[in-house]
Design a protein around this ligand. Sequence first.
Ligand SMILES: Cc1cc2nc3c(=O)[nH]c(=O)nc-3n(C[C@H](O)[C@H](O)[C@H](O)COP(=O)(O)O)c2cc1C
Length: 229
Amino acid sequence: MNVYEAVTSRRAVRGFTGRPVRREVLERVLAAAAWSPSGSNLQPWHVYVLTGAPLAELKRRAGERVASGDPWDEREYPMYPPELKSPYRERRSAFGRERYGALGVGRDDWEARQRAAAANWQCFGAPAALFCYIDGDMGPPQWADVGMYLQTVMLLLREEGLHSCPQMAWSVYRSTVAEVLKPPEGLVLFCGLSIGYEDVTVKHPRTGRAPLGETVTFVGDPARRLQAA
Ligand SMILES: Cc1cc2nc3c(=O)[nH]c(=O)nc-3n(C[C@H](O)[C@H](O)[C@H](O)COP(=O)(O)O)c2cc1C
């Protein structure tokens, strides 16, 4: 698989088979992902990998919280700005239409949306999950480092025939995650990453992207400069 194939075949998979993921595969992926870049090589990611009985226990505890309507933990970071302006607002709405439309859930059916979202806390059936923390005193550049690291993990997983789903949703049950993982004081849970083999019977609409011109500005004429070189 070349890098373009890894990038374009990666997507947020929300349905996994129970087929276990071998420990040595995860170690190979994470050892390679350690070569991700970070400002001044801080490598600000703190990663916990959960499989087997501890993951089952986390899913059980999270499932209990969901079932009892237990309120979410206080946020440690805002997932989105409080007022999303254009064009982000429209992109979020389009995503919601795609994601929940595929499940046959209507725009205003809050309960059905919540039921669908609850699958997050079962890792969409995945037999492995990674939880990524960052020190609470790190700033936006280090959070960006962590994002690059996670994308590297996700691309390497593709090479191994695996899929993944990054999940900020886990941050709302961060105290439950902490009960199982027991991270040191001062770490903030950024997200979980469910990992496994795709359940191909689950319908997956491909999430679209904005046209290149909306997000990329070329300044100068790279094609002509290339020819001259
Ligand atoms: C940091 C981050 C957090 C995310 N959190 C969730 C989540 O909690 N639950 C979920 O189902 N998808 C989550 N996603 C997946 C996004 O919805 C998805 O990446 C986006 O819609 C683009 O679709 P694609 O990844 O399938 O191309 C997250 C993605 C990122 C990068």
